[in-house]
Ligand binder design. Structure first.
Ligand SMILES: C=C1C[C@]23C[C@@]1(O)CC[C@H]2[C@@]12CCC[C@@](C)(C(=O)O1)[C@H]2[C@@H]3C(=O)O
Ligand SMILES: O=C(O)CCC(=O)C(=O)O
Ligand SMILES: [Fe+2]
Length: 355
């Protein structure tokens, strides 16, 4: 039974922080969504006026079938917090279907999408990013979160035609879960931890079985509509993801950027057939700081509506994670507890965990 939604119940959001703008009816950026230019342009790598040549800086590539995969994953997580995953085994037609269904959902009229609005203490459904209350301006984004079956919401959206959407999203989550487990084991092996040493247990579970069977995940469909003035709007503001790691598919329009110390913002363009995997806060704690969660953001585009699909993978929310190290620098924490801290303190949540 998924308990992730329970983790959000205690942290209700105001409706103004959940309801996205009706982007279809907009022909200029309203003040509520207009960010001071410096917030977006003071960084090294922005849109087309780049100081850096995009081709000269690229993130590491991890080939899941390569013999040295463990080493490349470890290196990428340690120095970048992000890598491009190839040879992952997820069928291209499934990914295409997911993207198609994502575009189909966001193309619905705003009144219909509002029928499946995330509730203030809810985790699933349509809405603005959870990080919205932390920023002075709103983001150029609408999302739809799925945890487990999207049946209830899909029925509301398409009363006579919901099954295919559900089949595609459920199949994708199932395949992503298996892929995520493989990635996790490789990440841990690279820091000398074996599959048997995975040390979290769901408090409701009587067995001491490892993560293979016990995990919780969320599928986040992201929509970044075309924007009349991308120089003053932001798709997703600077953030780190909360779970262990995220496996991301991007539609063929760039927008994602990661922040690298000493360099600045680096664009991570979409490459057909690959996923982008990025480290999250729980992995940061679990690896005792060896794999820091990576800061990233999303820029928007004047002519192309961009979509992305993130699979957020983590331990069960009632389980406790403790750093895998003889000298832990972070205290142990339940996933639920960490998500509440993140909802209250955002970027400071990790430092609050320091011993
Ligand atoms: C498990 C989750 C991670 C996430 C919150 C969520 O319940 C599903 C949506 C995820 C997302 C996607 C956009 C950025 C983000 C910070 C947000 O507001 O919602 C992440 C959340 C997260 O990683 O904390
Ligand atoms: O759209 C993207 O490329 C990234 C989305 C993202 O950061 C997220 O869903 O947390
Ligand atoms: Fe993210």
């Amino acid at each position: 039974m998924a308990t992730l939604p329970e983790a959000y119940k205690e942290i209700p959001l105001a409706l103004k922080h959940i309801i996205p703008l009706d982007f279809k009816s907009i022909d200029s950026v309203p003040d509520s969504h207009a960010w001071p230019k410096t917030n977006i342009n003071n960084d090294i790598h922005v849109q087309s006026e780049n100081i850096f040549d995009e081709k000269s800086i690229s993130i590491p590539v991890v080939d899941l079938m390569a013999p040295n995969v463990e080493e490349t994953i470890g290196g990428a997580c340690q120095t970048w917090g992000v890598f491009r995953l190839i040879n992952h085994g997820i069928p291209a037609n499934l990914v295409e279907e997911v993207e198609f269904q994502t575009a189909r959902l966001f193309a619905l009229p705003s009144e219909l999408k509002m029928k499946v609005l995330r509730s203030p203490g809810g985790a699933t459904g349509y809405g603005a990013p959870r990080i919205t209350p932390f920023f002075p301006k709103f983001m150029w984004h609408e999302g739809f979160t799925i945890i487990g079956s999207p049946l209830g919401h899909a029925r509301e959206l398409w009363p006579h035609d919901y099954q295919h959407f559900c089949d595609v999203m459920e199949n994708y989550q199932k395949q992503m879960k298996a892929l995520a487990y493989k990635i996790l084991i490789l990440m841990l092996k690279s820091i000398g931890v074996s599959e048997e040493e995975l040390n979290w247990k769901s408090s409701s579970s009587s067995s001491s079985s490892s993560m293979a069977a016990e995990s919780e995940s969320a599928l986040q469909l992201n929509s970044f509509p075309t924007c009349p003035d991308p120089t003053i709007a932001i798709g997703l503001a600077d953030h780190t993801d909360s779970m262990l790691f995220t496996i991301l598919h991007q539609s063929p329009t760039k927008g994602l950027q990661i922040f690298k110390d000493g360099i600045g913002w680096i664009t991570v363009p979409p490459v057909a057939g690959s996923f982008v995997v990025n480290t999250g806060d729980l992995l940061h704690i679990y690896s005792n700081g060896k794999f820091p969660s990576v800061r990233h953001r999303v820029l928007v585009n004047k002519d192309r509506h961009r979509y992305s699909v993130g699979f957020f993978y983590g331990p069960p929310s009632n389980s406790r994670i403790a750093p895998l190290d003889k000298c832990p620098i972070y205290r142990s924490v339940t996933v639920k507890e960490f998500l509440s801290l993140k909802a209250k303190y955002l970027t400071d949540a990790i430092s609050l965990m320091k011993i």
